[in-house]
Design a protein around this ligand. Structure first.
Ligand code: IMP
Length: 180
């Protein structure tokens, strides 16, 4: 039987173990090293969910880069509210720079579409989106992530930075909601 965790009122079952996640994140870092050779990209980490993804990915990116953070939210419990709120905007100048936006998960696409639009105003040279997880069936925007760790079904997940009402971010594995 697969390991399970209980967070608040819901049970979650193991979907991806630590080794699987780490291997894929290392591959993504190698792809980015190749694509950004000598370009010193700025990794823009979307807080809070992308903390572990950003930490593991950037430690595996062996070329020069900058790392910064923004904070936007659209989720309440297990549902997207449909509106995006910014609580921490970008602090650095990104004019003329290459940006890689780091997201934990792209669901409806509202968050990346909104942040993409905000960052574009500062005229960076390029913006690409890297997400560990992508739910293509939930996508409601035309913007597509450029780097995807894993495509998943339209189901709620926790762990490796992702939470259910604040709990579960510290889990090194990823779990999906289970019916019982
Ligand atoms: P979107 O704006 O609908 O694409 O949702 C993106 C944000 O919602 C992510 O950065 C997460 O913070 C949150 N989110 C979306 N799906 C999940 C999930 O399955 N578990 C936990 N958080 C999620």
């Amino acid at each position: 039987m697969k390991p399970r965790v209980k967070l608040w009122d819901r049970y979650f079952e193991l979907a991806m173990d630590e080794a699987q996640i780490q291997e894929r994140v290392q591959q993504m870092a190698r792809d980015m090293e190749r694509d950004y050779l000598g370009k010193r990209p700025i990794f823009v980490t979307v807080l809070n969910g992308a903390i572990h993804f950003a930490s593991d990915l950037t430690r595996n990116f062996k070329d020069k880069c900058d790392i910064t953070f923004v904070k936007y939210s659209s989720y309440k419990g297990t549902k997207s509210t449909g509106t995006l709120q910014c609580s921490l905007g970008i602090q650095e100048s990104i004019f003329g720079r290459h940006i890689i936006l780091l997201e934990d998960i792209v669901d409806t696409g509202l968050t990346i579409a909104g942040i993409f639009e905000e960052l574009s105003k500062q005229e960076p040279l390029s913006i690409r989106v890297a997400t560990l997880l992508y739910k293509p069936k939930a996508m409601k925007h035309t913007i597509q992530p450029d780097y995807v760790g894993f495509e998943i079904e339209n189901e709620f997940v926790v762990g490796y930075g992702m939470d259910y009402n604040g709990l579960g971010r510290n889990l090194p594995e990823i779990y999906k909601v289970s019916e019982d």
